[in-house]
Design a protein around this ligand. Structure first.
Ligand SMILES: Cc1ncc(COP(=O)(O)O)c(C=O)c1O
Length: 371
């Protein structure tokens, strides 16, 4: 049986009746830049995230880069983050003029460790970038408390966590809601994916929102007048239209993903060679990825491939050991939990349209490998 890691064609078939008319409408109006769908999407995402502002931009990468630019980082300024994440989290710190400082993760959730953040703070620390990895939030209440003690802004890289939430002091808090700026990616494979690149920044702060709106439009709010040097990082009207049409499906898709996660947990409980992912009890996970730890991971992946089951290693080489960051001086052993994760993790198909028979096939194939 064929089980791809992700089946975007199935999603297209299920949604094309609402998505394609929205696309056609933009094309018929020929308003590709800053059409009304952009503002509508921004409003909808602000509503979803319980934030005052949402500002569309060209990608999740730019959604990280622009708030880092707002900070005006200077050579030697440090930004603390995790090394177990997609490259953009740290690449943008570098491109904004700062130095990424990598700290270790919690082994169950793969999220950044608050104590490790605090231990890494120096007089040069200017910000913290937290990643809500694979679709569950990091312990924001602890991170925000320590950030407040040190006067540091917190950027939430929520690119994998749209709609994820966490109970803080008895109330649900959405990914992107509590930090200084929250960032989202609408890369096609994300839980809410466009038909190309797109991103979004959310914030509660009026002045920050104004800066971000300016920076994505060459630093001006009026055409041909520039208060500062920004860039072209608008979200396409076409992408906004696609995302607006898909947004009403998101909650149900996340529910399906959670069901699949429960299915894997039950189906793999009797396989001691794999450790299924932990959900922090305070979190509602959206399972952008279902990532377990496996003995003989690479052999298991090859076995799954031979059974026509897609899987992926997110991430095979942690960021502190990437050649481009060699000058930062990290060595194998610098971040032991992160490095162990890179050697063990394997992400399984968890997309909403995964059928029970397909999931059974994945589980049987894993059991067969270790039998
Ligand atoms: C954690 C994380 N940060 C940042 C990004 C960058 O987003 P994009 O690919 O839209 O630039 C991604 C997604 O690819 C991501 O998963």
């Amino acid at each position: 049986m064929r089980v791809p890691l992700l089946d975007l064609v199935a999603q297209y078939q299920a949604t094309k009746d609402v998505v394609m008319p929205a696309v056609t409408s933009v094309i018929e109006r020929q308003q590709f830049i800053m059409g009304p769908e952009v503002g509508q999407l921004e409003q909808a995402i602000a509503g979803l995230c319980h934030t005052t502002h949402a500002i569309g931009c060209a990608s999740g990468t730019d959604a990280l880069l622009l708030p880092l630019k707002v900070l005006g980082l200077e050579r030697g300024d440090e930004v603390i983050t995790t090394a177990f994440t997609f490259f953009a989290t740290a690449g943008t710190i570098h491109n904004a003029g700062g130095t990424p400082v990598f700290v270790d993760i919690e082994p169950g959730t793969f999220n950044i460790l608050p104590d490790a953040i605090e231990a890494a703070i120096t007089p040069r620390t200017r910000a913290i970038v937290v990643v809500h990895l694979f679709g569950q939030m990091a312990p924001m209440e602890r991170i925000l408390a320590l950030a407040a003690r040190h006067g540091l802004p917190v950027i939430e890289d929520a690119c994998q966590a749209i709609g994820a939430r966490r109970k803080i002091d008895g109330a649900w808090c959405l990914a992107g809601e509590p930090g200084w700026v929250g960032t989202f990616s609408f890369f096609p494979s994300k839980n809410l994916g466009g038909y190309g690149d797109a991103g979004m920044m959310v914030t509660q702060d009026d002045a920050t929102a104004e800066r971000l709106r300016r920076l994505r439009l060459h630093g001006g709010t009026r055409q041909y007048f520039h208060d500062e040097v920004g860039t072209n990082s608008r979200i396409d009207t076409l992408q906004a239209a696609v995302l607006l049409a898909k947004l009403p499906f998101l909650a149900q898709w996340s529910e399906e993903r959670r069901k699949h996660a429960t299915g894997y947990q039950a189906g793999l409980a009797s396989v001691p060679q794999v450790i299924t992912p932990a959900t922090d009890p305070a979190n509602e996970h959206i399972f952008h990825q279902y990532t377990l730890r496996a003995e003989r991971r690479d052999e298991l992946q090859a076995h799954l491939k031979s059974r026509d089951v897609g899987s992926a290693v997110y991430y095979p080489l942690a960021l502190h050991l990437q050649p481009c960051f060699a000058h930062l001086g990290y060595r194998p052993g610098s971040l032991p939990v992160t490095e162990a994760a890179t050697a063990q993790v394997l992400s399984l198909p968890v997309y909403p349209e995964l059928s029970p028979a397909q999931q059974d096939w994945v589980i049987q194939s894993i059991r067969e490998f270790y039998a």
